[in-house]
Design a protein around this ligand. Structure first.
Ligand code: PCA
Length: 207
């Protein structure tokens, strides 16, 4: 089994991106599982292009894309990607689309293709700070998620896929009133999610 994990570089003038910090900490969840990591540029055009190239190269069974969502209090697993780009700030290439389609003529939205509710319940049962999110926003993360699903639909339909937003990390510069989680807790949440999605989560009696 092969997992492709992506994260983004810093954006919006920040010096770090929580998603890249967490990506660096994740390990293959079981023997025989190959983990491929890829940092993507926070750009509407180049980000998805680099991702599609990585999908073609690695042909993963599972694709989890990570991004930072400063202000959220938990690790959020996204339910849906919408066909809309509406940027509050320019991306790292200076592109700031307003009310534009991610894919002209594409469907209004794509859902995740993982056992989302069961996964989040599994994590919460273990006191890990996970939640379902019903919006990935309208910036680069949503566009990447949409483009990934659109591409996988025709190119690699068996590949399961979701987008995960990571909150600010405690040791990260952030607005004074923003919630944050420790990197250890975030990484543990993602690591357990990988185990669950690979069917390798330990049984409760082994916990
Ligand atoms: N978060 C942004 C883009 C890159 C990132 O890490 C977003 O939520 O769209």
């Amino acid at each position: 089994m092969k997992i492709l994990l992506t994260a983004f570089d810093p954006f919006g003038g920040e010096s770090c991106n929580a998603s890249a910090e967490i990506l660096a900490r994740l390990e293959a969840p079981a023997p025989g599982v190959q983990l491929v990591k890829q940092i993507l540029p926070t750009q509407f055009v180049l980000g998805p292009q680099v991702l599609e190239e990585a999908i073609r190269l690695h042909r993963p069974d599972l694709l989890l894309m990570l991004g930072q969502a400063g202000g959220r209090p938990a690790v959020t697993f996204e339910r849906v990607a919408i066909n809309c780009m509406d940027a509050r700030i320019p991306d790292n290439a200076g592109f700031q689309p307003r009310e534009e389609a991610v894919v002209a003529g594409g469907p209004a939205a794509y859902f995740h293709t993982i056992p989302l509710a069961d996964l989040v319940q599994h994590l919460r049962d273990r006191r890990l700070p996970a939640a379902i999110s019903n919006t990935a926003g309208t910036f680069v993360c949503n566009a990447l998620f949409y483009r990934a699903r659109h591409y996988l639909e025709s190119y690699l339909p068996g590949c399961r896929c979701d987008f995960v937003h990571i909150p600010y990390l405690e040791d990260q510069e952030r607005p004074v009133d923003s919630p944050a989680l420790s990197a250890d807790i975030c990484a543990a949440t993602l690591q357990r999610a990988l185990e669950y999605l690979c069917g390798s989560a330990r049984l409760p009696e082994n916990d």
